[in-house]
Design a protein around this ligand. Structure first.
Ligand code: SF4
Ligand code: SF4
Length: 469
């Protein structure tokens, strides 16, 4: 037998538990509930108002309310305790006993999937980098367009929806890097493409990612500066990437490709390193390399990423995880810095370099990115003129591969620093020599700026002319 309306309990609202979602207003057929107009001091939210004159106790509003202590059927007077607070029902009666001792998440390992043998492709650097990221399992890219990096993001925007991934064009570089923070916090490989002014805007977010120990790959296709500068190639951000990654005690591995093939290979490698160390990794490309096309071969495998145990994934196993870079207690923050310093120290094992004709070289050219290609040509020209020249090419700018340079130093009479910046690479080399306790040979700088790269002929001329500092 149906209960008469007069005997059905009418709803009761505890304002502290109303979040003002207004679902109950839509649910009520008698228009008993209206939008509130006063902020509740305890919650900062605006609870709804009830006028139950026409209420028939149908309970539709109670069912619509998502808050367990929001709208409740309440027969008779409301029970309160000695302090006048509402006598709430024990949550155990509503939800059962609280689960304790949630299982600790285990890492789900990544898998290497064999790729069929394909023909080499001719790709521009930004495309090759995007392809390397896709092969590393990256399916989430966040970015803001900026020349000369845009094509990488543009390719991802076309491809990712077909691969069950997502590309989000953010409102700014600041938003893009913070979207990476969120995506990476869920344990997913993610990246961005940017160029010098955009990279500057990302620095605060990079510092947060380092502090929260989050992986992520940032491809910086460097252009001329300062300020907006121009869109031609420069190695303008080497110092920023090696010594200035936002506030605090920050470092990230910086990889410097010199060919489209390395744009692919090092972009892929960057994801591996990024997850290995739980730290962002930066690809330092230059505008020329981003636009330059070259033959690119695919690797033998691609990666299906796993899920790290630290991910904030949203299931029961990962419930205890927290991603955060804030440590309010000084000893805690100092301990966190000590941990980061130890991690930076471990990253030194990843130092990479390449050499060309250095066996008997007493004039050693040092260059990275596109200038290394001009320097390589200069080595050939100088050898043809009887000068024992060689090339040392750092592939990691940070950590600087000092252990690779060290065995060459006893035979070297002069270093020739070839770079598209006013000595940013030279500064990094001098620091590395100093920290290693090694004497610095005389240095001949060959520098161009503003979007002009050092040319092969001027490198040769500088070596022939001599002079060093
Ligand atoms: S019980 Fe029914 S009539 Fe009463 S306020 Fe809720 S929805 Fe409206
Ligand atoms: S449905 Fe519940 S939480 Fe939402 S406004 Fe109504 S009483 Fe408040």
């Amino acid at each position: 037998m149906a209960i008469p309306a007069s005997q059905r309990p009418k709803p009761f609202l505890e304002p502290e538990y109303c979040k003002g979602c207004l679902r109950c207003i839509d649910a009520c057929p008698k228009e008993c509930i209206t939008e509130g107009d006063a902020i509740n001091a305890a919650t900062g939210l605006v609870p709804v108002n009830l006028n139950l004159d026409n209420c028939n106790g149908c309970q539709l509003c109670v069912q619509a309310c998502p808050e367990p202590y929001g709208l409740r059927p309440q027969a008779g007077p409301v029970a309160t305790d000695a302090h006048g607070d509402f006598d709430l029902e024990d949550p155990k009666n509503l939800f059962g006993a609280k689960e304790t001792g949630a299982p600790v998440a285990k890492a789900q390992p990544s898998e290497e999937i064999p790729l069929p043998l394909g023909q080499p492709m001719v790709l521009k650097g930004t495309y090759a980098s995007a392809l390397g990221a896709l092969l590393a399992g990256c399916r989430h890219v966040f970015g803001y367009p900026i020349t000369p990096s845009t094509e990488g993001a543009e390719l991802m925007a076309k491809v990712l929806p077909k691969l069950d991934g997502a590309f989000v064009q953010a409102v700014s570089e600041v938003a893009a890097i913070n979207m990476m923070y969120g995506c990476s916090g869920a344990g997913l490989p993610c990246m961005t493409f940017t160029s010098s002014p955009g990279f500057s805007l990302m620095l605060e977010g990079i510092s947060y990612m380092i502090g929260a120990e989050l992986p992520g790959v940032i491809v910086n296709v460097m252009r001329g500066g300062p300020g907006l500068g121009n869109i031609a190639p420069e190695q303008a951000d080497l110092k920023l990437m090696t010594r200035g990654l936002g506030h605090g005690n920050t470092h990230a591995i910086v990889l410097a490709p010199a060919t489209p093939q390395e744009m692919l290979d090092l972009s892929r490698k960057a994801f591996e390193l990024s997850f290995k160390y739980r730290n962002p990794v930066i690809i330092a490309a230059d505008g020329y390399l981003g636009q330059m096309t070259g033959v690119v071969k695919l690797p033998a495998t691609m990666t299906k990423p796993g899920l790290p145990e630290w991910a904030v994934w949203g299931d029961r196993e990962h419930r205890g995880n927290l991603i955060c870079s804030i440590f309010l207690s000084e000893p805690d923050l100092e301990a966190h810095n000590v941990k980061l310093l130890a991690k930076y120290d471990a990253m030194k094992a990843e130092a990479m370099f390449d050499t060309y004709r250095t066996g008997d070289a007493d004039v050693l050219l040092v260059a990275c990115n596109t200038p290394a290609r001009m320097a390589k040509g200069a080595v050939e020209d100088l050898r043809a003129q009887g000068i024992k020249a060689g090339l040392f090419r750092p592939i990691t700018i940070w950590p600087f591969p000092i252990e690779g340079l060290k065995p060459l130093l006893p035979q070297v009479k002069r270093l020739v620093m070839v770079e598209a910046s006013p000595g940013q690479l030279e500064d990094e080399l001098r620091l590395a020599l100093s920290h290693a306790g090694l004497a610095c040979p005389p240095i001949t700088p060959v520098q161009r700026y503003g979007g002009i790269l050092p040319q092969q002929t001027e490198i040769v001329a500088a070596v022939l002319k001599g002079g060093a500092r």
